[in-house]
Design a protein around this ligand. Sequence first.
Ligand code: PMP
Length: 402
Amino acid sequence: GSQYLDLAITPADTAFGLMADFDVDTHHNKVSLIAGAYRGEDGKPWLLPSVKKAKQYLSDTIHEYLGIAGSPTFIHLAKDLVFGPAASKLQDNIASVQTVSGTGANHLAATFLARHLRPNRVFIPGPTWINHKSIWEMAEVTVAEYPYYSPASKEVDIVGMLDSLDQAEPNDVVILQACAHNPTGVDLSKSHWMQVAEVVRRKQLFVVFDSAYQGLATGNVDGDAWAVRYFVENVLAFETPPGLCVAQSFSKNFGLYGERVGALHLVVAPHLSAKGARSELMNIARAEYSNPPRFGASIVEMVLGDRELRDQWKADLETMSSRIREMRHELRLRLEKETQQDWSHVEAQTGMFSYTGLTKEHVARLRDEFHVYLLPSGRMSVCGLNKDNVQHVAHAIGEVMK
Ligand code: PMP
C-alpha cells in the first residue's frame, strides 16, 4: 500500500540549512563562516589562475562520455599526486577509478568494502565530516566512533584513539583523514601516525584514507600526502593486512566544487593483483552512474600534465593556504585582545576549519545578535574571514563570551 512511501521528514543537513538562512539574512555586516569552500580576500569564490588558463585551452573540449573508470590520463596523474614516487611500484596491485568527487569515492569504497571485505564495523573519527556516518550506514555497515579530538586539550586524543582501534577486529575498516581534519583542523603528528600504523598492522585493519585537502593544509602537496605514503610503505609492505584505499577529492585544492572531480585508489597487498577489484569497482560505477563527469577531470588533467600550469597550481595552493594561515593569525591576535584568553589553538590548527571551542549557545547568539554564522559544533570555516570582517567577528565572539 501507499503507506510505505508516507515517510517522516528528516532534519535538513545542518550546514546546507544554515547557508539557506544566511542567504536570506539582509544585514549588511553578515559573515558566513559555514561552508568548506575557499573564499578570496574579497569574500568571493576564487577561480584559481591555473584552472582559468586550463579552461581557456579547453574551450573546444568534446562532450562525449568518458569510460566507466573515467579518463586514464586523469587517473594516472591523480595516482601520482597522492602516492608520489611509490605510484610506479604499485602498478599491478592498485585499482584506480575516477569518481563523483570525494563523496563518490567514499561511497564507492563503502559499497565495495561492504560487499567484499564484509567488515563487522567501520571506525570513524569522533568528530568527523558528517557524511562518513551517512555513507557507511547506507552501505549497512555498523558504524563505531573512535575518540579523535579532546575538547579539554584541544588536541588529538591519541590514547583514546589507539585504545579504541585496539578493540577492532581483523578486516574492520578505519577511516582516517589524510590531512586538514574536518571539522577540527587538528591533525595527527608523524609520531601519532606511526602509532596508528602499528595498531592497523597488528589488528589487520583496512584503512580508508579520506584525502580531501591535499596541498591546502600546508601548501605542499607532498607534505600533505605524508601519512598516506607512510602507510603504503610501512603497513602494506611487510605483513598481510587486507589492503587500504584512498578517497581523493579535487574540490578544494582545485576550487572545482561543482564539477565533482575525484578518484578512488584501492591498494591490495604486493603479492596480489588488483585487476578483479578494478572490474568490480567498474561494475558498481556502471550500475550507479555509468561514467563520471568529464569537464572537471579534463581541467585537472591539463593542469597536472603541463609543467607550467602545474607550477601555477602550486603557487595557487600557496596563495590559498597562506591566506588561511594569515587569517588564523589575525583572528587569534584580535580574540586574545577581546577576551584576555589564550586562542593559540586557532593558529595551530591547519586547513579550512577551526574547532573554536565556542558552545552552541555562543553560536546561536553570534548568529542572532551579530549575523555571524558558524556550525553549532563551533566549527568555523576560516576561509570566510578577511581583513574587512575579522575584527567584527572577533568583537562578536568577545561579546558573546562575556
Ligand atoms: N571528505 C572530507 C573530509 C570533506 O571535508 C569533504 C568535503 N567537505 C569531502 C570528503 C567530499 O567533498 P567532495 O564530495 O566535494 O569532494
